[in-house]
Design a protein around this ligand. Sequence first.
Ligand code: URA
Length: 190
Amino acid sequence: MNTLKSINEEILSCQKCGLYKTRTHAVPGDGNMNADIMFVGEAPGKAEDIQGKPFVGAAGKFLDELLAEIDLKRSDIFITNIVKCRPPNNRDPQDNEISVCWPYLEEQVKLIKPKLIITLGRYAMNRFLPDLKISQVHGQAKRYKGVGGGIQVYFPMYHPAVALYNGSYREILKADMRKIPKLLSMIQSA
Ligand code: URA
């Protein structure tokens, strides 16, 4: 039987794709193991690769601002990525990297059993919700197949890094974030 600790250990020594050759640290994920909300990003960047923790660079600082909009702290949520090692020069993750890394995320979801999965960016969204366009569905709750059977509620958001390049996304991300408390209480009382 897997535990989060055993999954973390597997991730830290994983060599299932070529990314292990260029990583400093794999980044399994961090936060509250009993969280109702799991955030799933794309892949570690430079700061995350160095520190071995998710969202500790510039995008992570803005994510903290977004969390503060609804009085959430890192210790209230669990946060991870679809790919656990940094792609060189922050290039997009490749299909084979996403698919060999997927079982780790599946196990994390099965163990943490979040009530709501918030995907950050199109790569994370499309791994759970294929064929959707983020510009059309961000900020909308989607009920879809969960890992391990059943139905899971997903909430796609833009990746916080987009707001670093284009300030007009800041308010869009904040407005989407502000929908989460009501959504979560609806799920909790259903
Ligand atoms: N971007 C991500 O998608 N994940 C991180 O952990 C950091 C930046």
